[in-house]
Design a protein around this ligand. Structure first.
Ligand SMILES: [Zn+2]
Length: 262
């Protein structure tokens, strides 16, 4: 049976380049041999997708390239967004999350026994019966409006010098709305009102669900209280800083705001 192979090594995805177009390797067997288990990762164009980790030190790329002008390349998951169809990028994200989960659940967290595969998305501890599913960590994003302006900030954790949105992980025992309010207060000391849902996005870096909200400024002076944010401010559409990459929900929210104005 033909499969698309989503093979990862050190966080990079193996892509096949045909002329100037990138795709995923397709075939009965993966183009690189691995002793690691492979996992179902969905379906693309009616063809099942499987994923596996290639963990040798420096895996040599398949030398029997499928044809003239075709070659294999290792590409970072974020960079693959610009190279492969969106549906394939999303499967690659899910694949990377499954491999992250596999690496981190080799042993039962309750009793330390090696785990065994159960279903496509679960493992079982043969000793105590503990069942382990892939974890998803929910995190909020919030676009704060103040008149014709929105709050854009740079966080210490951003990989590049762009301005995005206030964000943070949901804590145990709180609602999404409480999380939004808390993160804004902790990171900016601002008060907000009219919190409303925008949309969500899976975020496989490494295993998050981003949940986007909009809110209105309700008071306070902007101060980066807990040092997670390093700079930022309220910007109008005529004076924007560098924005996040297109692949992020933050950018989708900022673009929706830009398009909504006359
Ligand atoms: Zn156990």
């Amino acid at each position: 049976m033909q499969n698309y192979w989503f093979l990862f090594h050190n966080g990079k995805l193996l892509l096949q380049k045909e002329e100037e177009k990138y795709t995923l390797p397709c075939g009965e067997n993966p183009p690189l041999v691995t002793a690691n288990p492979s996992f179902e990762a969905g379906e693309w164009g009616g063809i099942p997708c499987r994923t596996a980790e290639i963990d040798c030190e420096t895996p040599s790329l398949p030398d029997s390239s499928p044809g003239e002008g075709e070659q294999f390349q290792w590409i970072g998951l974020r960079d693959s967004y610009d190279l492969i169809p969106h549906a394939a990028y999303r499967i690659a994200g899910k694949a990377e999350e499954l491999l992250f989960w596999d690496r981190n659940t080799r042993f039962c967290p309750a009793c330390g026994t090696p785990t065994t595969p159960d279903t496509a998305i679960s493992k079982r501890c043969p000793k105590c019966g503990n069942i382990l599913f892939p974890h998803v960590a929910p995190a909020i994003l919030v676009l704060i409006h103040r008149g014709k302006e929105v709050l854009l900030v740079h966080a210490r954790t951003f990989h590049k010098p762009f301005h995005g949105l206030v964000a943070g992980f949901v804590e145990t025992g709180e609602t999404l709305e409480e999380c939004v309010r808390r993160e804004v207060r902790e990171e900016t000391t601002l008060e907000i009102e009219n919190i409303r849902y925008f949309g969500s996005q899976e975020w496989p870096y490494p295993s998050q669900l981003m949940i986007g909200f909009e809110a209105d400024y309700a008071g306070g002076t902007l101060r980066f209280a807990d040092h997670e944010l390093t700079e930022g401010g309220f910007f109008d559409r005529n004076r924007l800083p560098t924005l996040p990459q297109k692949l992020s929900l933050a950018r989708r929210m900022i673009d929706a705001w830009l398009e909504s104005q006359e």
